[in-house]
Ligand binder design. Structure first.
Ligand code: MG
Length: 483
């Protein structure tokens, strides 16, 4: 995008604030991830939204680093798997060697919480899990019961308060089609839970977690259920925003972020805590949802697509004293990078000998390196590799509309007739295909595609590095498309 400010990460400017190794050894820092659900790239004031008021997130960005090329995945479940394992979802092992449109995380996978446990961290999930499958949903209305071995306690989390899955697929709550329970640990507290109270309840629980664990290193994963449909906002926020209920929901999330950061300050933990705010995917924009979806502006596409609006999300990094305030950057980074970054900061070993897709961002975030170590990003829809980008160029691969191997959300995927190439430094909205002019770039990125297909696979093949933990056929339903 022309005219945007790309911050340079001057080494001298932050040298005084760098963590030293002895400091790390003495006092391991804390980590907080605030993960919104289906919040779009263009939904926050600091990302250009003029209708939704987000003063707390705007302040967080002003006090830290705001990223404009930060990537999650294109849909909820896979995005959570990617964040927690540092791997593209196609690489991640699932029970029975299957591959779900919403990833079911195999107990042998290693999460951020498990990595940090090796250094004595306590980990808490407040909010949505969505890595244990749909429960009984497919047998009728409602979810659960869930297999204990797939729940947060078996993936490294000492504490869980929230919902095991998402909250629905309709504009308004419809318990006949879907209801979500609120749980603490393995105990169901409320079913269906009151969606209008979730953000408020999560915030209270999150702050309680911070207060309880202020004396030990912690990892708090605050995974909001909102603004995934059906929406809900508490009485303090409902009816306030000119953007309607969607705006109310975002403004309550913004309030929540402000409460968490204020609690860290009150507890004198702010200079010992890295806080990351982002979203799991782009906004869900589909006819039956009306105005209950967000905005990806100025990006093309939406949740479930692999145009930029499907995966590029707000990414704000905040750590007073360690991350220089007032920065913006268009360097590449991803939720994939949080696991290796946290591990490096905490001095924790990475999981076994498994390959990761994430890279350690800390030398760059802290100002010691001028460029992000992430050189490329891959765009998968389920197991389908649809595009690759490097620092500047994005190659979009040919595909049919509604590909038969793309699970239920294929309806959100449009046709691409021939390879298309976009210059993302200048054409954020992917409006000008320059593949004919830059055949050299197309050829080079096609080489990347071939290497990725060999290592990670594609909808029609299994890659050499993909993980399977169980006995039996690998991806046995690979060709049972659309079932
Ligand atoms: Mg989502």
């Amino acid at each position: 995008m022309l005219g945007m400010r790309i911050a340079s990460f001057g080494v001298a400017a932050v040298a005084c604030a760098l963590l030293s190794a002895p400091c790390l050894a003495q006092q391991p820092p804390n980590f907080v991830i605030i993960f919104a659900d289906d919040l779009g790239y263009g939904d926050l004031g600091c990302y250009g939204n003029r209708h939704i008021r987000t003063p707390n997130l705007d302040r967080m960005a002003a006090e830290g680093l705001r990223l404009t090329s930060f990537y999650a995945q294109n849909v909820c479940g896979p995005s959570r798997a990617a964040l927690l394992t540092g791997c593209y979802p196609i690489r991640v092992g699932e029970p029975g060697n299957t591959k779900g449109a919403h990833t079911i995380l195999h107990p042998q996978e290693t999460t951020i919480a498990e990595v940090l446990a090796a250094k004595g961290y306590v980990s808490g999930l407040v909010g949505k899990w969505h890595l244990a499958g749909p429960g009984a949903h497919e047998r009728g209305p409602g979810t659960g019961p869930y297999k204990r071995e797939l729940m947060p306690a078996q993936q490294g989390f000492d504490y869980f308060y929230g919902t095991p899955a998402h909250n629905g697929v309709t504009r308004e709550p419809d318990p006949k089609r879907w209801k979500t329970e609120l749980m603490r640990g393995h105990e169901v507290l409320e079913s269906p839970t009151d969606l209008s109270l979730l953000t408020k309840r999560y915030t209270e629980e999150a702050i309680r977690f911070l207060r309880t664990h202020r004396e030990q290193p912690f990892f708090l994963y605050l995974a909001h259920t909102m603004p995934h449909v059906p929406l809900g906002a508490s009485s303090e926020f409902a009816g306030r925003s000119p953007r309607g209920l969607y705006g109310d929901v975002i403004e309550e999330l913004d309030w929540s972020v402000g409460e968490v950061l204020a609690a860290l300050r009150d507890l004198e933990l702010d200079e010992r805590t890295l806080v990351v705010f982002t979203s799991d995917n782009g906004p869900w924009i589909e006819g039956h949802l009306g105005d209950h979806g967000g905005s990806a502006a100025p990006l093309r596409g939406f949740k479930m697509s692999t145009w930029e609006g499907g995966l590029r999300v707000p990414g704000i990094f905040w750590w007073p004293g360690q991350i220089r305030p007032g920065q913006e950057s268009d360097e590449l980074a991803s939720t994939l990078d949080l696991l290796p970054t946290f591990a490096a900061i905490a001095g924790a070993p990475l999981p076994g000998r498994r390959p990761l897709d994430g890279v350690n961002l800390w030398p760059w975030l802290s100002g010691r390196a001028s460029e992000s170590p992430r050189q490329d990003f891959l765009y998968f829809a389920f197991t389908h590799l649809q595009a690759v980008r490097d620092r500047r160029w994005k190659l979009v691969l040919p595909r049919p509309s509604d590909p038969p191997w793309s699970s239920w959300y294929g309806r959100m995927i449009d046709a691409v007739e021939a390879p298309e190439l976009y210059d993302l430094h200048f054409d954020w909205s992917e409006s000008r295909d320059v593949s004919e002019q830059r055949g050299d770039i197309v050829e080079r990125l096609m080489g990347v595609v071939q290497r990725v297909r060999a290592r990670l696979g594609d909808y029609d093949r299994i890659g050499s590095e993909v993980r399977f933990f169980d006995v039996g056929p690998r991806r046995p339903k690979m060709h049972a498309w659309k079932n």
